[in-house]
Design a protein around this ligand. Structure first.
Ligand SMILES: *Cc1c(COP(=O)(O)O)cnc(C)c1O
Length: 358
């Protein structure tokens, strides 16, 4: 049986987005952040398209294993480092870089007699208050790491922003200033910027940038899509129209009948739902694209099906392909309707979605 719900991954978009990030980053090295299965686009597929990234950033050692198995030789940074002392051996074996953000990790390193080298990124908390050493603990943490024989000499200094998507938010300027003050006396490359900071905070460029969302054409800047920022969407999610039905004025559509026909009209049904990862929270009025025409979702999103108002798409026919997001319909718009961000949507595709590349 053929599957009708398809996530098409645009490899050319991934490559173009990386090139654009390089151009914006003024010579900084680019870490391609591919955690969460490449923001839902497929880890191996994304890494193949972005094979000339200077490093990959992952959340899990298992992702590092997959990237090494696929033949990638560049640096792979585990963004929260070892979770337990036992992780160190596997990280050394795979030559995965460790982000060290907590004293317990330094204790594991000090107690570890394994001589195989380990590259380290020291994470400082400059105001996000999630992971990282407080500014006053930075010097001592750095000195302890330098004293561990197997830790490579060059320690990258990093921090993460809490609100870099708000280009006028002074909290980011304060984080940059705090980072510069804390690291002034420390050697080593600097790494501060995530996607939004690459766009909006040139003072944060440093020696490395960490790009996630923008690689996939995704924006977290409120009210702005990736396309509007000059990045190409890397995922187009589509399915087919499987029914077209006439309804009468006053009839209600779907579970709990939350949408009532204001007139006699035509509705359509498409073969996708929250069981595929389309957000159930997308309310009536959320757009889809049918042959270039925008139609709106009416009623509740079900597990396998979504109901549409076809009054704006009179030429729609059963079997037509319907775009849920991607080229021509910004995923940010759908995310806004669903009360979430674009990352959450692309990361949420379930196993029954067929992934294809173009
Ligand atoms: C996910 C992540 C990034 C990438 O963030 P984007 O906003 O997607 O660019 C960068 N750094 C760290 C530590 C992360 O966890």
């Amino acid at each position: 049986m053929s599957r009708t719900t398809v996530a098409t991954i645009h490899l050319d978009a991934l490559r173009a987005n990386l090139a654009r990030i390089r151009a914006l980053s003024a010579g900084a090295k680019v870490m391609a952040v591919v955690k969460a299965d490449g923001y839902g686009h497929g880890l191996e597929r994304v890494a193949r398209a972005l094979a000339d990234a200077d490093a990959f950033g992952v959340a899990a050692i298992a992702d590092g294993q997959r990237l090494r198995a696929a033949g990638h030789a560049q640096r792979i940074v585990v963004l929260s480092g070892p979770d337990e002392a036992n992780d160190l051996a596997e990280m050394r074996r795979l030559r995965l870089d460790a982000v060290i953000h907590h004293p317990s990790q330094i204790e594991w390193l000090e107690a570890d007699t394994d001589p195989r080298p380990l590259a380290v990124w020291l994470k400082l908390d400059t105001g996000m208050h999630r992971l990282g050493f407080a500014p006053e603990a930075a010097q001592a943490a750095h000195a302890r790491l330098r004293a561990v024989g197997s830790v490579e000499d060059e320690i990258v200094l990093m921090t993460h922003f809490a609100a870099s998507d708000e280009f006028d938010n002074g909290a980011t300027a304060a984080q940059i200033a705090r980072f510069n003050a804390v690291t002034a006396a420390l050697p080593g490359p600097r790494c501060l910027a995530n996607s939004a900071a690459i766009l909006g905070w040139p003072a944060a460029r440093g020696d490395w940038v960490r790009a996630g969302g923008l690689l996939y054409g995704l924006s977290v800047v409120a009210g702005t899509s990736g396309s509007e920022l000059g990045f190409a969407p890397a995922m187009s999610l589509s399915t087919r129209l499987i029914a077209i039905n006439p309804l009468r004025r006053g009839e209600c559509v779907g579970y709990a009948g939350t949408w009532e026909c204001p007139e006699d009209m035509t509705m359509g049904v498409i073969a996708i739902g929250y069981g595929d990862g389309y957000p159930r929270s997308a309310a009536s009025g959320t757009p889809v694209l049918i042959g270039g025409e925008r139609a709106e979702i009416i009623g509740r999103v079900s597990m396998d099906l979504i109901t549409l108002d076809l009054r704006n798409a009179p030429s729609a026919r059963i079997g037509d392909r319907v775009l849920l997001w991607g080229r021509g319909l910004a995923v940010e718009e759908i995310a806004g309707r669903a009360g979430t961000i674009s990352y959450d949507l692309t990361c949420g595709m379930t196993k029954r979605v067929l992934f294809v590349e173009d």
